[in-house]
Design a protein around this ligand. Structure first.
Ligand SMILES: [Zn+2]
Ligand SMILES: [Zn+2]
Length: 272
């Protein structure tokens, strides 16, 4: 048997947080998802939801390594690094992964004059790892694969996969931020092939899709789930202009098309 994966949603918004009342059922924080496979804690993107995740880790006294995989450096995916309590724990070991040549930019953002403390100035051990597209590496038996997303300035998509001695393979594919047009669809379909959970950029409602903005729709996510034979598809990275009633209506429509899809909400836990 493979170990159980607990996937917790900490942020669901694209672009900017929306902490107002009519956004809080789905959630007001920007992208952040934690995957706990009982060995490692893997965090997908460091949006504003990372702060709440960090408070939860600090309160729980968790001492495992934390691996933060960044899709890209747009502010909605890194702003949580400004307020991540484990940075202040001298016993914490935090690994941050991003596309090659990202770190001098990240260190400029998280550091003076934009922030009082730089990434290397925290009491925790912080290690930075550069990644390339089409790379594979291992985190204590959890294989991580990367692919280039179709997004202004580029993005990295991730597939996490672990095989058990009995041959069972468990996987999750994370495809934020990516516009699923013809230039990327064949590769994206292969990258997502047979995955148990496809985490999808549903930034735009189908009627609002803006070509060239680097985001997709729930309709495209459903199509890709079916093409790739993925188990479930989880929509997230919602446009910050979409309040709860709008997203609820979109989710109802989407589930009528494909019962294997869900819309992410902050606090949601999915077990794989
Ligand atoms: Zn984004
Ligand atoms: Zn982006």
């Amino acid at each position: 048997m493979t170990q159980e994966w607990k996937v917790t949603i900490w942020g669901v918004r694209g672009s900017t947080p929306r902490p107002e009342r009519e956004f809080l059922d789905f959630g007001g924080n920007t992208s952040c998802i934690c995957v706990d496979n009982e060995k490692e804690l893997v965090v997908l993107d460091a949006g504003s939801g990372l702060s709440a995740l960090g408070r939860s880790i600090a309160a729980g006294g968790e001492k495992r390594k934390i691996h933060i995989l960044l899709s890209h450096l747009h502010l909605d995916h890194v702003m949580g690094l400004l307020s991540f309590p484990p940075f202040f724990d001298p016993a914490a070991e935090i690994h941050i992964y991003a596309k090659a040549a990202s770190f001098h930019k990240l260190e400029t953002l998280v550091g003076p004059p934009f922030w009082p403390v730089g990434l290397s100035g925290f009491p925790a051990g912080v290690c930075l790892h550069e990644l390339w597209v089409n790379e594979q590496f291992s985190l204590n038996g959890l294989e991580v694969y990367t692919m280039a997303g179709n997004h202004p300035g580029g993005s990295l998509l991730y597939r996490l996969e672990a095989a058990a001695p009995d041959g069972n393979v468990k996987s999750l594919t994370y495809t934020l931020d990516c516009e699923a047009d013809a230039s990327v669809l064949p590769a994206l379909t292969e990258f997502s092939r047979g995955t148990d959970l496809l985490i999808w950029d549903a930034g735009f409602a189908p009627e609002d899709l803006k070509k060239g903005w680097g985001h997709s729709t729930w309709e495209q996510g459903i199509r890709l789930r079916q093409e790739a034979g993925a188990g479930r598809v989880l929509m997230t990275h919602y446009d910050p202009g979409y309040p709860d009633p709008f997203l609820r209506a979109q989710e109802e429509k989407a589930i009528r098309v494909d019962a294997g899809c869900r819309f992410a909400k902050e606090g949601m836990v999915i077990t794989l």
